[in-house]
Design a protein around this ligand. Structure first.
Ligand SMILES: NC(=O)c1ccc[n+]([C@@H]2O[C@H](COP(=O)([O-])OP(=O)(O)OC[C@H]3O[C@@H](n4cnc5c(N)ncnc54)[C@H](OP(=O)(O)O)[C@@H]3O)[C@@H](O)[C@H]2O)c1
Length: 216
């Protein structure tokens, strides 16, 4: 099956919404690893996954990403705002630019906050832990209803635990990894969130799937 970008955009259109719709996008190996032997995920899904990754960004108002992923995968600025989630405020140099939003807690280290300078926009909500309801309220105020979370597994695990994930776009990559890699959502506490299948498409050996949270 061949998919062009317009077809991908049609398949992955956000639903009509008046509140932030949290979509997550991940790739996993056949045995469920969230990264390959090289410690990153970007190379796992090949051409089809790269295209979906790009189109999903083009459909989003904001990309939410954990600082671990941004550091490991070498994130830089994009055409959409990058909302970097971090407790430590260890922000990669490439993201210390206008267009980056740092999502953190109100008690984040003051010296590091000051060192970020004026270019970076800070959304600090919650004490000790990020208050996600307040963060999503801020996104609503900014008109950011199409939220795309690109991981990683720790951030995803927290959002799943809070039942804030509305949709998971998962590429299954044609590789077995074994090894110690986490799954795409990792947390200390287990959750049970029923999902319905939006679509499953085979492109060459890659499986593109989309799962929607079943809140019925
Ligand atoms: N398969 C995929 O599609 C996919 C997608 C993304 C990432 N990955 C892989 O996953 C690995 C990284 O995993 P990870 O679990 O470490 O990634 P992560 O969730 O992106 O990063 C964890 C870090 O992000 C910050 N963070 C996450 N949730 C937070 C929260 N609720 N509050 C405050 N800070 C929060 C913290 O940063 P500070 O330390 O700065 O406080 C934390 O140490 C990499 O190997 C990457 O390649 C795979």
């Amino acid at each position: 099956m061949h998919l062009d970008d317009a077809e991908i955009a049609r398949l992955y259109a956000y639903p009509a919404t008046d509140r932030p719709w949290v979509r997550t996008n991940f790739v996993a190996t056949v045995d469920g690893a969230a990264h390959g032997a090289d410690g990153v995920s970007g190379t796992l899904g090949g051409e089809a996954d790269k295209r979906v990754f790009g189109v999903l960004r083009s459909l989003a108002d904001v990309v939410l990403v954990g600082a671990g992923t941004a550091r490991d995968e070498g994130y830089g600025p994009a055409d959409v705002p990058i909302a970097l989630v971090t407790r430590s405020l260890d922000v990669p140099d490439a993201l210390r630019v206008p267009g980056t939003v740092v999502v953190t807690t109100v008690d984040a280290p003051r010296d590091r906050l000051d060192a970020l300078g004026d270019d970076v926009d800070v959304v600090a909500r919650g004490s000790g832990a990020i208050d996600w309801t307040a963060v999503l309220d801020e996104f609503t105020t900014r008109g950011w209803l199409h939220v795309l979370c690109e991981g990683g597994p720790s951030l995803h695990g927290e959002l799943v635990g809070l039942d804030l994930v509305d949709e998971v776009c998962l590429t299954v990559a044609p590789v077995m990894a074994a090894g110690p890699a986490p799954r795409i959502a990792h947390a200390d506490d287990a959750a049970d969130r029923p999902m319905t299948l939006g679509h499953a498409l085979a492109v060459d050996d890659v499986l593109l799937t989309r799962w929607v949270r079943d809140r019925a």
